[in-house]
Design a binder for this molecule. Structure first.
Ligand code: ADP
Length: 227
């Protein structure tokens, strides 16, 4: 059997440890995400979901505990190795699109591929394929400012998948959109994830969206509880 895409074991994270303003954010996080599995992370604001996603995606480190991606233990790896794994194996999506304003939609998706050594024509081909999957190929040559909020976010999904990561981490990916748009854009994200066989952890406040994933977990008091 292949390794799980993500394994978090005994993750603990405190801020300002030992000081009077200490915050115990993650007390004991154990999470295994299998290949192709999509997990909903439901948490009220301030519960620590961004902290959890950043630790899982190697943007932050835990005080204790281990992170494994595709069976490889990330503890003790050099910063350089962690950066390479983050760039190649992990895709991030945030509430805000963070697209580069001076580049077109297609260029925004091609750029991360070019920095990974992919040739220009191939990067554009993959970019167009991704844009087609989320229904915005006709907007490929537009800059972000000329796109609607839903379109900007669809392009951001494509950028996150540009380098074909194993794991997608999304922090309220449709949280900035109005409810009707959010529903459609979320549908596009799920199709993209299912169509590429990606594993994902997707944080959302929305229980209806959470119900469309394989498994729901609530983050509360620093631990994960099945919903
Ligand atoms: P969420 O994403 O669920 O809203 P966060 O992971 O951003 O929550 O934050 C969890 C808690 O940790 C909050 O109480 C926040 O104030 C605190 N926190 C986050 N980052 C820091 C930091 N760098 N220093 C101190 N406290 C922090």
């Amino acid at each position: 059997m292949s390794n799980p895409t993500l394994e978090l074991s005994g993750i603990v994270k405190n801020y300002n440890a030992g000081r009077e303003n200490e915050v115990q954010v993650l007390r004991q996080i154990d999470l295994t995400v299998g290949e192709g599995e999509v997990v909903a992370l439901v948490a009220p604001s301030g519960a620590g979901k961004s902290t959890l996603l950043h630790i899982a995606g190697l943007l932050d480190t835990a005080d204790t505990g281990t992170v494994k991606i595709a069976g490889q233990n990330m503890t003790g790896l050099s910063d350089h190795k962690r950066t390479v794994i983050r760039r190649e194996d992990v895709g991030f999506i945030y509430q805000f699109h963070h697209l580069l304003p001076e580049f077109t939609a297609l260029e925004n998706i091609a750029l991360p591929q070019l920095s990974n050594g992919v040739a220009g024509a191939l990067a554009a081909e993959r970019g167009l394929d991704l844009l087609t999957r989320v229904g915005v190929a006709h907007r490929a040559d537009h800059r972000p400012a000329a796109l609607s909020g839903g379109e900007q976010q669809r392009v951001a999904f494509c950028r996150a998948l540009a380098n074909a990561p194993r794991l997608l981490l999304a922090d309220e990916p449709t949280g900035n959109l109005d409810p009707g748009t959010s529903d459609q854009v979320f549908g596009a994200l799920m199709e993209l994830v299912r169509g590429t066989g990606l594993s994902a952890v997707i944080a959302t406040h929305n229980l209806e969206l959470a119900a469309r994933m394989d498994r729901k977990l609530r983050l509360q008091n620093g631990i994960l509880v099945a919903l």
